[in-house]
Design a protein around this ligand. Structure first.
Ligand SMILES: Cc1cc2nc3c(=O)[nH]c(=O)nc-3n(C[C@H](O)[C@H](O)[C@H](O)COP(=O)(O)O)c2cc1C
Length: 368
């Protein structure tokens, strides 16, 4: 079920046909050579999948999905007719995600990428959540015609773009398309495009972001996943590379030393205000029930939304703070009118140039 809080606006954008990979050089202390190596690795990670791709290569495309803090909290087991996506709890982020909600949503994101990729290579897929043990996702692969959907084609170009957008509105028809594509069982999508409710969401983001920055455990956990320069990002091939957020790069020891002083409430909240006010709208994903299967489905719904947005030349980025802070989530849920449902994910969307793409670990590292 999709509920819309938007006054849907006139078509007003030109589809971004280029969808450039976003291999943008980042200035700062790190040398150009380092950034060149980074860009090469990012391009290789996101190389268009071969026509005769095997399941291993499909795993690579699955891992290009969004995932909390780029922890890549997944393992894949493949055989001829199935793939299983398993949670990797060694990569959990217990402070920002104490109930593993984001972890399971991340698995849902990967499952959608897997299914679109398999379909494109003649293996139409069904996604089944298996509740046994900790919960895992079975991708049941059939045989059929190849179908290279626009979602499949968008996989290597989707990114979370944490920059200011250009303020342009999204057309009525594209908003409707986003709503339609995001439909997944048990998940509702609320689209907010009016100024007043967007400002209210900003208030919640600022309150929750301030509370997170006040929490030393949150800041410590976040810092552990920040990669301050291309070399550090290349070493781990996970985490949040500062260049991907349009931030300056610096030696790791400098980053570790100054992070607490640079990452302040005022600068961070100012940034969110500019980012939200320059966006065309906000998408909120809500589950009927608060359990792992629904969290997975919320991730699937987001990933479908994100691939559709990418195919339309749009950008998006998460602003999940109001659902991450336990003291603020109930009030946010009430304001949204979501009753006893679980508000899962919050993302802004609009138009902007691409930023550098994030990396992923090699396929061998995620196969079991
Ligand atoms: C469940 C989930 C929660 C996320 N939460 C946030 C968030 O609160 N803030 C943010 O900037 N990005 C968030 N992200 C985005 C990830 O950081 C991003 O997907 C990851 O760094 C990989 O980058 P990419 O999506 O550009 O490939 C989240 C992603 C997922 C799937």
């Amino acid at each position: 079920m999709i509920r819309t809080m938007s006054r849907i606006n006139r078509r007003g954008f030109i589809k971004n046909s280029a969808l450039a990979l976003g291999a943008v050089a980042v200035s700062g202390c790190s040398g150009e050579n380092e950034m060149m190596l980074y860009n090469e690795a990012a391009e290789k990670t996101r190389a268009v999948i071969d026509k005769n791709a095997d399941l291993r290569d499909m795993v690579r495309y699955a891992t290009l999905a969004a995932n909390g803090h780029n922890t890549q909290p997944w393992k894949f087991r493949i055989n001829k007719s199935t793939a299983t996506i398993l949670p990797d709890f060694s990569r959990k982020t217990p402070i920002v995600d104490p109930d593993d909600h984001h972890l399971f949503a991340s698995l849902g994101c990967a499952s959608e990428n897997f299914a679109f990729t398999a379909e494109a290579r003649g293996r139409p897929a069904e996604i089944i959540f298996n509740t046994q043990d900790h919960g895992e996702i079975l991708i049941d692969l059939g045989n059929g015609k190849t179908n290279e959907s626009e979602f499949f084609k968008a996989i290597p170009y989707r990114q979370c773009t944490r920059s200011e957008y250009d303020g342009k509105k999204v057309s009525v028809s594209d908003l409707k398309l986003l709503e339609k594509t995001a439909q997944v069982k048990g998940i509702s999508l609320v689209l907010i495009t009016e100024k007043e409710p967007m400002e209210k969401v900003l208030d919640y983001v600022i309150a929750a972001n301030s509370s997170q920055i006040d929490d030393p455990a949150f800041v410590k956990e976040l810092k552990e996943w920040i990669r301050f320069n291309p070399s550090q990002a290349l070493e781990t091939r996970d985490g949040l590379f500062s260049g991907c957020s349009g931030k300056p790069t610096m030696p790791t020891w400098v980053g570790n030393l100054i992070f607490r002083f640079v990452f302040t409430k005022d600068s961070s909240n100012d940034g969110y205000a500019k980012q939200i006010r320059s966006s065309a709208g906000i998408a909120v994903f809500v589950s009927d029930k608060n359990d792992k299967e629904h969290w997975v489905n919320a991730g699937r719904s987001y990933q479908r939304f994100a691939l559709q947005a990418t195919a339309l030349g749009m950008r998006h980025s998460f602003i999940n703070q109001p659902v991450e802070v336990a003291e603020i989530r109930p009030d946010f849920t009430k304001w949204l009118g979501a009753g006893d449902k679980r508000v899962d994910l919050v993302a802004r969307f609009g138009y902007a140039p691409a930023l550098p793409m994030s990396l992923r670990r090699p396929v061998e590292d995620v196969l079991v």
